[in-house]
Design a protein around this ligand. Structure first.
Ligand code: FAD
Length: 367
C-alpha cells in the first residue's frame, strides 16, 4: 500500500475568512471592511455613537451601539474606548452608567471634560451621532456580589456617579427590596449629571433614599464635604451594609479613612478613576535609555511612563494605573519594580506596563 505523501497530508484547507485574512496581510480584514462600513468588523469590536446629551456644562453622555461581538457587562465594570485624535489612537476607560439589563443592546457612558484632558475634551466638544469608536469587552471587579446584600450604600462624587448609578439602575430592574442609600457629591445642583434620573428612581422606589450633597451651594440634602455626620444622617446603619464608592481622590481618601477607622475596610468596595500618586524614589540611581528614539536620561525615580513623557516621548497610555495595558512596551534590558505589587523584573526582552513600573538602576526600553 502506498503511503500518502507527507506534504499532501499536511496541506490544510483554509476557511474563506482565513484565506481573506491571508490575502489582506499585513493590514487585516477589518482595515478593508471599514472602507465599506466601519461597523462591519470580523475581529475588532467597535461602537457607533447613536445619542449625545450634554446634561451639565462639563459632561457629555454618549449612547453607544456596539458591534455584534459585544457580550454585555455587569454593573460597575468599565470598558475601554479608543478614539483617534489628530491621527493618534487614544484609549481611556469609562464605566457604563446604564442598567446591565438595558434591552436595546446599547451602552451609555458619561464623560467629564477635564480641563487639560485630551480624550474627555475631544469627546465633549466633538462627539456626535455617527462617530465610530473602538470598544473592548467590559472588565473589572467593582461589581455587586451575586447574592445581593440586604443593605447598600452608594457614595459618589462628580463623574464617579457612573458605575454606582449603573448598580442602582440594575438593582431597580431586579426589583431589589433591600435598603439603599445613594449619597452623591457635587459642587452644586447644576453639576449633577444624572440629577433627574436619580430623583426619579428615588421617587419610584420606597427603599431608595437619595441624598445630594453640595459643596458650593447651601441648599440640598447635605452641605459640605463628606464626614461622619453625613453618613450618620443618611445611613446610620452603614456598618451592616456593603458600601460602593467612586469619586474624586479627596472623597475617596475621606471615606476610606472613616471606614478604616471604624474597622469596616472589608465592607467598602472602591473604584478609582484617577491613579494614586506614586511616591518618587529620591535615591534612584542609573540611567533610562530609550533604544528606538536614541534618547536617555538619568533615572528620576518616577514611573517609566512619566520619565518617557519627561524626555519628550508620547507613548500610548490609557488608565495610568495598570489596568488597561495600553502602555505595555518591551524592556530590552535592566531591572524594574512594579509599584503595585513590589515585584522585581530582571528579565531582558520582556513586556512591561510603563505606568506602574519604575527602573531599578539602568534600564533600556524599546521606545
Ligand atoms: C476604571 C475606570 C473607569 C472610568 N470611568 C470614567 C467615567 O465613567 N467617566 C469619566 O468621565 N471618566 C472615567 N474614567 C477616567 C477616564 O478614563 C479618563 O482618565 C478621563 O476621561 C481623562 O482622560 P483625558 O484623556 O481627558 O485626560 P488625560 O489627557 O489623560 O489627562 C489630562 C490631565 O487630567 C488629569 N486627569 C486624568 N484623569 C483624571 C481623573 N479621572 N480625575 C482627575 N484628573 C484626571 C491627569 O492627571 C492629567 O493631568 C475612568 C477611569 C478608570 C480607570
Amino acid at each position: 500500500m502506498t503511503a500518502v505523501a507527507p506534504a499532501r497530508a499536511g496541506r490544510r484547507k483554509l476557511s474563506p475568512l482565513a484565506l481573506f485574512e491571508a490575502l489582506a496581510t499585513p493590514h487585516g480584514v477589518d482595515r478593508y471592511l471599514e472602507l465599506v462600513n466601519p461597523m462591519l468588523t470580523v475581529r475588532d469590536m467597535r461602537a457607533e455613537v447613536t445619542g449625545v446629551n450634554r446634561s451639565t456644562a462639563d459632561t457629555v453622555t454618549l449612547t453607544l451601539r456596539p458591534t455584534r461581538q459585544w457580550r454585555g457587562f455587569q454593573a460597575g465594570q468599565f470598558v475601554q474606548v479608543t478614539v483617534e485624535i489628530d491621527g493618534v489612537r487614544r484609549v481611556r476607560c469609562y464605566s457604563p452608567a446604564c442598567s446591565q439589563y438595558r434591552d436595546d443592546g446599547r451602552v451609555e457612558i458619561t464623560v467629564k471634560a477635564h480641563p487639560e484632558g485630551v480624550v474627555s475634551q475631544y469627546l465633549h466638544a466633538n462627539a456626535a451621532p455617527g462617530l465610530i469608536v473602538g470598544l473592548t469587552q467590559a472588565d473589572g471587579t467593582f461589581r455587586l456580589p451575586p447574592q445581593r446584600p440586604g443593605k447598600l450604600v452608594f457614595i459618589s462624587g462628580g463623574s464617579g456617579v457612573t458605575p454606582v448609578l449603573s448598580m442602582l439602575r440594575t438593582l431597580c430592574d431586579e426589583g431589589y427590596a433591600g435598603d439603599v442609600v445613594f449619597l452623591h457629591y457635587a459642587d452644586s445642583e447644576h453639576d449633577v449629571a444624572y440629577r433627574d434620573e436619580l430623583c426619579e428612581l428615588a421617587a419610584q422606589h420606597d427603599n431608595v433614599r437619595l441624598a445630594l450633597a453640595y459643596t458650593a451651594q447651601e441648599t440640598g440634602d447635605l452641605h459640605g464635604h463628606f464626614g461622619q455626620e453625613h453618613l450618620d444622617a443618611v445611613a446610620p446603619w452603614h456598618a451592616e451594609a456593603e458600601t460602593f464608592l467612586c469619586g474624586p481622590p479627596g472623597l475617596m481618601k475621606s471615606v476610606r479613612a472613616l471606614y478604616d477607622a471604624g474597622g469596616l475596610t472589608d465592607r467598602l468596595h472602591v473604584e478609582d478613576f484617577a491613579p494614586a500618586a506614586v511616591p518618587v524614589d529620591d535615591d534612584a540611581t542609573g540611567a533610562l535609555s530609550f533604544g528606538r528614539s536614541g534618547l536617555s536620561a538619568d533615572n528620576s525615580g518616577a514611573t517609566l511612563l512619566e520619565q518617557a513623557e519627561a524626555a519628550g516621548l508620547t507613548p500610548e497610555y490609557g488608565c495610568r494605573m495598570g489596568i488597561c495595558f495600553s502602555c505595555t512596551k518591551i524592556k530590552t534590558s535592566g531591572c524594574t519594580r512594579n509599584v503595585r505589587t513590589g515585584d522585581i523584573d530582571a528579565d531582558p526582552d520582556t513586556e512591561i506596563q510603563l505606568c506602574i513600573s519604575v527602573p531599578v538602576g539602568d534600564v533600556t526600553l524599546d521606545l
